[in-house]
Design a protein around this ligand. Structure first.
Ligand SMILES: Nc1ncnc2c1ncn2[C@@H]1O[C@H](COP(=O)(O)OP(=O)(O)OP(=O)(O)O)[C@@H](O)[C@H]1O
Length: 659
């Protein structure tokens, strides 16, 4: 039962032994509500001393925290002011955008009331609002909630990108499922992010309207505003815990509305960031659930009952199986977005995703109510089967239509809107492509040459972790400060290296394909494929880390003779009738580079030998110590005494190179 106050809500809790011994979700303490004068009537129900109204609760107790207690008892004018401000910010959230832009005018005026009075004149404020209206007019007609529009304006997104413009009407106004393909860096995240946020606001507004009509409800936020409340009825216990079944205003606690799935942890975190920015003024909570992080921490995040969960399938499935209470609602979600869908549904990958889909599709009714968003830059792309399967290639090669149909069948989608705005080349229009043909053992020379001559944030892709490790050693010896990034690294180190890369305008990230999809790192100038990627999709996604959002970028393929068949297949799949242009190289400079790289390689070999020898001598020393025998260090570490890395690097300083 919910007790009403003007804005706050009170939930009676039956105090039984059973309850106390078993506990209540999120109960952090019991506090007698002396402030609110509760007595027990003869029928066992609680009676408010002043109003005489009855409640079903026996005794009131409060799920609370120190902060809340303070809020309840110490009205602050600052807080009241803030609440007043929020009240206006949340008004008319779901209005269609033609009205929205108009409404926004009033909102902005009202929201800024307090501060504006002292700083701006009415005319100046009106001018600002009309600027906002003009600035965001390209979004009008789509019906986007004003709170979302405001966040978009703040990020400078004054118009929708092509994929957004072509999918938003169907997703927002028609509530259609969408299969969307658009080049890398074209804003696909918000193409599904905006309709998800919008739909949550709509649903919340509807349910709020249903349950709280009399209450002038206008908020979806689950924070109590105690100082605004007037006690109109007796309340025995106020449930303020985030993980209670009802939020503090008495509305059903936040439902799990939407699930966004991505293939990698970093991409999930990035999508979480993008959506959080867009949801800034909506009060919608978004949590990220990925492997490599403490499950306890993620359970804590889920205990806040976020409306949207962004996740990688593995950890999400783990938490569902562990019986996480918030994720127990997963089959009721209203929106499902699968980013990089073609990758996620590839055979042999993400078994957990298939388990999830089974769970989500088990109830036909819920499946029909769910809106699905399926996006990738290579959604409609089909590639040639590998050479060894050539004879059967005609049968094996799918048409784009068959590929889409397979995806729809797997997801249980029947009548989606399909939007494909990819170009024939598959890559971004602002991308420059080039290649270098060289011998296998020359790749290091050309890579170092490129890095030295073309400064700027550069992402180097390898086909294997061992290749990343070897290159990381060599480039470290060459003082290029590479940042490795692959699946066998600790999650913390992965994130740290990504952050360092983001911060350094000349950063060098050495990665496997784990970094190929989705990562939106601003101003990556170059992408180098140290090895020809195994699939055309991989080439498109790797290259797509540069030339994003209409910026320029260069992608460079290093091809050794053994990789020519792969390269030829790539060109055929991408419909290239001509070879990629050759990257210009100065042979004079290359000679100088060779000396340096060869030296680094030798050092790398020596280092390796030293490490091996050290581990052997370590064992030998231990055995000698156990036998109480004395040993001279120079007998044990001959390599260390002769080859000191710093000394050798000093003999060939960077400026010895004529480049
Ligand atoms: N309407 C917009 N106007 C300007 N920039 C936008 C707009 N929408 C999104 N962006 C920005 O464009 C960049 C690329 O967006 P996003 O990461 O969603 O691309 P994507 O299409 O998903 O790329 P990928 O295929 O590589 O995953 C982001 O930095 C994003 O903030």
């Amino acid at each position: 039962m919910v007790r009403k106050r003007k804005y706050g809500n009170w939930q009676p809790v039956q105090l039984t032994e059973n309850l106390i011994s078993k506990g209540v979700d999120g109960l952090v303490g019991i506090e007698e509500l002396t402030d609110y004068a509760v007595v027990k009537g003869h029928d066992g129900r609680s009676i408010h001393k002043e109003t005489g109204r009855k409640s079903n609760a026996d005794v009131g107790f409060q799920q609370t925290s120190a902060k809340r207690k303070k809020d309840l008892r110490q009205p602050s004018s600052k807080r009241r002011k803030l609440n007043h401000k929020r009240k206006y910010q949340k008004k008319n959230v779901i209005e269609r955008s033609t009205e929205v832009l108009k409404t926004d005018e009033d909102e902005v005026l009202k929201t800024d009331e307090d501060e504006a009075e002292s700083t701006y004149s009415e005319a100046e404020r009106k001018c600002e609002v009309s600027d906002f209206t003009d600035k965001m007019s390209a979004w009008s007609g789509l019906g986007i909630a004003s709170s979302i529009l405001r966040a978009l304006a703040e990020q400078g997104f004054v118009e929708p990108t092509e994929i957004q413009a072509k999918t938003l009407p169907a997703t927002l106004l028609g509530r259609r499922d969408v299969l969307g393909a658009a080049e890398t860096g074209s804003g696909k995240t918000l193409a599904f992010g905006i309709p998800i946020l919008h739909r949550i606001l709509e649903d919340k507004e509807r349910s709020t309207g249903d349950t709280k009509k009399a209450d002038d409800a206008e908020s979806y936020e689950d924070e109590t505003d105690p100082e605004e409340c007037e006690l109109t009825d007796i309340g025995c216990a106020q449930v303020v815990s985030d993980i209670s079944l009802h939020n503090t205003k008495g509305y059903p606690a936040s439902k799990l509305y939407a699930l966004v799935l991505t293939p990698t942890r970093e991409l999930a975190m990035q999508v979480h960031r993008h959506l959080t920015c867009a949801a800034k003024y909506t009060g919608i909570k978004i949590a990220v659930v990925v492997g490599g992080m403490a499950p306890q921490k993620q359970e804590r995040l889920l205990s806040r009952r976020p409306e949207i969960v962004v996740a990688t399938p593995g950890r999400l499935w783990e938490l569902i199986q562990d019986g996480n209470p918030h994720l127990a609602q997963i089959s009721n979600i209203r929106c499902l977005a699968i980013d990089e869908t073609d990758r996620m549904l590839e055979k042999g990958h993400f078994q957990e995703l298939h388990n999830l889909l089974e769970l989500l599709n088990v109830d036909g009714n819920k499946k029909r109510q769910r809106q699905n968003f399926v996006f990738s830059a290579t959604l409609t792309m089909v590639h040639e089967p590998p050479g060894r399967l050539k004879g059967r290639s005609k049968k094996l090669r799918l048409t784009p239509g068959q590929k889409l149909q397979n995806i729809m069948t797997m997801l249980g989608i029947t009548n989606p809107k399909v939007v494909d705005v990819t170009k024939e080349t598959g890559t971004a229009g602002t991308l420059t492509e080039a290649r270098i043909i060289c011998a296998f053992e020359e790749k290091d020379f050309y890579l170092y040459y490129f890095i030295q001559l073309h400064k700027g944030r550069t992402l180097i892709f390898c086909n294997s972790i061992s290749c990343v490790r070897r290159l990381a050693q060599i480039l470290t010896l060459l003082q290029c400060r590479p940042l490795p990034f692959h699946a066998n690294m600790m999650q913390r180190q992965r994130l740290k290296n990504l952050d360092r890369f983001r911060e350094d305008p000349c950063g060098l990230l050495l990665a496997t394909d784990v970094a190929a999809r989705g990562l939106d790192i601003p101003d990556v100038q170059h992408v180098v494929h140290y090895q020809v990627p195994r699939t055309s999709e991989s080439y498109i996604h790797r290259s797509g880390r540069t030339a994003r959002a209409k910026k320029e970028g260069l992608t460079l393929l290093l091809i050794e003779p053994g990789e020519v068949p792969q390269y030829t297949r790539l060109c055929r799949t991408l419909g290239r009738t001509k070879d990629l242009p050759l990257f210009p190289i100065s042979t004079k400079l290359l000679e100088a580079v060779k000396q340096r790289v060869n030296l680094a390689r030798e050092l790398d070999q020596l280092e390796l030998a030293t490490r091996r020898s050290n581990s052997e001598t370590g064992w030998f020393r231990k055995a000698l110590t156990e036998m109480d025998m004395l040993v001279d260090d120079s007998d044990l570490y001959p390599l260390n005494s002769v080859f000191d890395l710093d000394t050798v690097v000093h003999l060939f300083p960077m400026n010895a190179l004529p480049i």
